[in-house]
Design a protein around this ligand. Structure first.
Ligand code: FEO
Length: 405
């Protein structure tokens, strides 16, 4: 893969990782990319690095455009190893180059690399770097999504180099939103944005909203958003900004997702009449069995629905481990704006369903008071109760959804 032009003298010099399926536990069925960018102005500037195992590919892309020793500035928007891992190797080719990053970035890079000879230039929000005809404006974005994170705005071109923000884990031979939509679909691109936000950025919705407002207040038209993963928003940067604003404001689909696991089938049997009850009320519904689904996909489906019904059998007076794993992951993501309840079967002592409800209360989600349990497996009467439970939950979800209209 060679470099790709974003605008006059601005190039993508990143790499495509077609094979990655497990990104620190986040399952990535569509692979990913590690995007970095080269601005060939009077003082050539490299923005971001790539993962260590791909750094030679990125160097080849850079060398096709310029000898690395001629690069005058290196901007490090984010130090996580998928971007910062290859920096030591890059620094060998451009010794002494000034490295622009936040203070937290400098501290973090010193933990990952021997930075004793690196020429750091610590920057803050509002600092500018003139590189010839262009100006780079730095914008700190702490906790979106690491403490070191920042974005860099190329003022004259209106290109926001946004590191992880607005990215997607999506390997594609297309580099731009319009190309991707023409070859694949709008729905696939949107789904990738939802997936990435749900698994990486969900806890930071409030910060993201404020940061978008701060960037908008700069008064610089954003013509393009160039993230460090996935597709570059060349045609419609406003689309992904709107999607982020909407997600941060709690918008999602009027839908219920049933997420469950089962030991001897009892909890799974309960899911079916519940789903029929939801359907009876015209509620869009999806059913996810945890052991059959990557955790990151279950999280995305949770985030795309207004309501969630969680099914767990009781094992040793506790939650079924696969359901507990889901709840631990979900809790760390600090979900908001969703209505929830739980159901499940038990043998001799229950407890899992109550524990799930307690976990949901701890997350401050809206808990639909009713929950449903059965001994071993649902009788025909209990299946009817499940159907009615589904109907009532559909109505409650519809009512709750109106708050976000
Ligand atoms: Fe893509 Fe936070 O690294």
């Amino acid at each position: 893969m060679n470099s790709v032009s974003l605008n006059q003298d601005i190039y993508w010099v990143g790499v495509i990782d077609w094979a990655i399926r497990d990104f620190h536990g986040y399952i990535t069925p569509k692979g990913s990319t590690y995007n970095n960018y080269l601005v060939l102005d009077e003082e050539p500037t490299l923005i971001d690095g790539v993962k260590l195992e791909f750094v030679d590919q990125s160097i080849q892309n850079i060398k096709a455009l310029i000898e690395p020793a001629k690069i005058k500035h290196l901007v490090v928007n984010h130090i996580e190893p998928d971007h910062g891992g290859g920096l030591s190797r890059l620094m060998e080719l451009m010794p002494g180059v000034p490295v622009y990053c936040t203070q937290k970035g400098r501290e973090g890079l010193a933990r990952y690399h021997d930075t004793s000879r690196w020429n750091f230039k610590v920057v803050k929000s509002g600092d500018r770097l003139r590189i010839g005809r262009r100006t780079l404006l730095f914008i700190e974005t702490p906790m979106i999504h690491w403490p070191d994170s920042m974005m860099t705005l190329c003022v004259e071109d209106g290109i926001l180099f946004s590191q992880d923000g607005f990215g997607q884990h999506l390997a594609s031979s297309q580099r731009f939103d319009d190309e991707f939509v023409a070859c694949a679909s709008e729905a696939e691109l949107e789904d990738s944005v939802w997936d990435y936000y749900a698994n990486i950025l969900m806890p930071f919705g409030g910060l993201i909203k404020n940061k978008i407002e701060e960037i908008t207040r700069l008064g610089v038209p954003i013509n393009m958003i160039a993230p460090d993963h996935g597709i570059i928003w060349r045609k419609r940067p406003g689309k992904v900004l709107d999607m982020y604003r909407d997600m941060a404001n709690g918008k999602t689909d009027e839908r219920v997702v049933i997420i469950y696991d089962t030991m001897w089938g009892g909890t799974g049997q309960m899911a079916q009449p519940i789903m029929q009850g939801l359907k009876e009320e015209g509620m869009d519904c999806r059913v996810i069995k945890l052991r059959a689904t990557p955790l990151s996909v279950a999280i995305k489906e949770f985030w795309r629905a207004r309501g969630c019904l969680l099914g767990s059998p009781t094992l040793n007076n506790n939650l079924f481990p696969y359901v507990a794993e889901f709840l631990v992951y979900l809790k760390g993501l600090r979900p908001k704006d969703r209505i929830v309840s739980a159901f499940g079967s038990y043998g001799w002592a229950g407890g899992a369903v109550k524990l799930a409800i307690e976990e949901f209360r701890g997350m401050k989600l809206e808990v639909f008071e009713e929950m449903l349990t059965t001994n071993y497996r649902p009788s025909s009467e209990e299946q009817k109760s499940g159907f009615e439970f589904g109907r009532r939950f559909a109505l409650a979800t519809r009512e709750f959804h109106k708050r976000y209209a």
